[in-house]
Design a binder for this molecule. Structure first.
Ligand code: PMP
Length: 357
């Protein structure tokens, strides 16, 4: 039986993506070949790459606006260094918002390339909220933020308006909510949440910001080289790109980001309403910054842990324990998690209340 998969990533994908991926592994496009054994330069795969790049821009509303989409390897973590390599000038500086563990990992890499100003941080509060009211130095080469803090379960609801390139790590909420994506100059996201399996990273770049830092960049780290090679500078992660395309096609069929946003809002409301109502639980993150993707919550009395854990496991739920740095529970409700799975969790929480009171 299919589990209710709350994994923070790699995570649940639409069932039809699993099925079509399985088919393509056995016989891709009725070619008599597996997608795993064909050349990345074959007509069939070039068509996959082209469609995936175009569809990503289409869903984000960025077609015809000077953006390019790339499907790279190396995870979102490689972008932590590709971004400063491509954008930070000699003796330049970059501005970063430290809103979580992943933001802090990006800051660590930027420091290899030059002055890295942390404009605000919620580290002292274990990243339980998104810092606000910060100033970004006007002479920074770019501003970097993380739209969704996967570990603590906070999400940026507003983004600053700045006269410099804005870079956003959207790994854990890309394609989940309506935003004006044209506000951003680079958006990157590891595929393994809302887009596909692990192994590829979507990087969306406003092309005009490149080539301005006067640096020679090693080829594999140079966005301009990847754009010129149409995301095929070297052998791309063929299968993760294909599975990502299937997910993007699923999202397009569903009605795109506006349609999934409604579903995501309904799922988040259902769960947070129960967290706030049920006297046995409390939310971990600041209410105004709560993430619609990763809901973190705790039991008020840890003595209830064994019985709650037994109940959700019995109900077919998987992947609920929180990250070790937060404790408690984390329900990751990415695009492909059905609202029925959220109802199962809410029912288990109600059941616990009946059993212990
Ligand atoms: N940024 C965010 C917001 C993440 O959640 C993660 C991983 N979960 C990463 C970056 C790192 O991604 P990767 O493992 O693809 O390098």
């Amino acid at each position: 039986m299919k589990k209710h998969n709350y994994s923070a990533g790699p995570c649940i994908l639409p069932q039809e993506v699993f099925e079509k991926s399985a088919e393509a592994i056995l016989n891709f496009n009725n070619s008599g070949l597996s997608i795993l054994e064909i050349s990345h330069r074959s007509k069939d795969f070039v068509a996959v790459m082209d469609e995936a790049r175009a569809l990503a821009l289409d869903l984000l509303g960025l077609t015809g606006k000077g953006y390019q989409a790339l499907f790279l390897a190396g995870g979102a973590s490689l972008e932590f260094l590709m971004v400063p390599y491509n954008l930070m000038k000699e003796n330049g500086k970059a501005a970063y918002l430290d809103s979580g563990t992943w933001a802090s990992a990006a800051i660590k890499e930027a420091k290899f390339f030059g002055e890295t100003v942390v404009v605000a941080s919620s580290k002292e509060q274990n990243y339980n909220h998104v810092p606000k009211g910060y100033e970004v130095p006007a002479d920074a080469n770019y501003f970097h933020c993380t739209s969704n803090n996967t570990i603590f379960g906070t999400q940026m609801k507003e983004f600053p308006n700045l006269d410099m390139p804005i870079v956003c790590d959207m790994s854990s909420d890309i394609f989940s909510r309506v935003l004006d994506f044209s506000k951003f100059d680079i958006i990157y996201a590891g595929a393994q949440k809302n887009m596909g399996p692990a192994g590829t990273t979507l990087v969306v770049i406003k092309e005009e910001i490149l080539g301005k830092n006067g640096k020679t960049i090693p080829s594999m780290l140079d966005y301009a080289k990847h754009i010129k090679a149409e995301s095929m500078y070297n052998t791309p992660p063929v299968f993760p790109v294909y599975a990502s395309l299937l997910t993007l096609q699923w999202l397009k069929k569903l009605g795109g980001i506006p349609a999934i946003e409604k579903i995501n809002n309904a799922k988040a409301t259902l769960l947070y309403t129960e967290i706030d109502r049920n006297p046995l639980f409390k939310g971990a993150a600041a209410v105004e910054d709560r993430s619609n993707m990763n809901a973190t919550f705790l039991l008020n009395d840890e003595a209830h842990t064994p019985i709650f854990d037994a109940l959700w496991k019995e109900a077919g739920i998987s992947g609920l324990p929180g990250h070790r740095s937060v404790g408690g529970y984390r329900a990751s409700m990415y695009n492909a998690l059905p609202i029925e799975s959220v109802q199962v969790l809410v029912d288990v929480m109600k059941d616990l209340e009946k059993k212990v009171s």
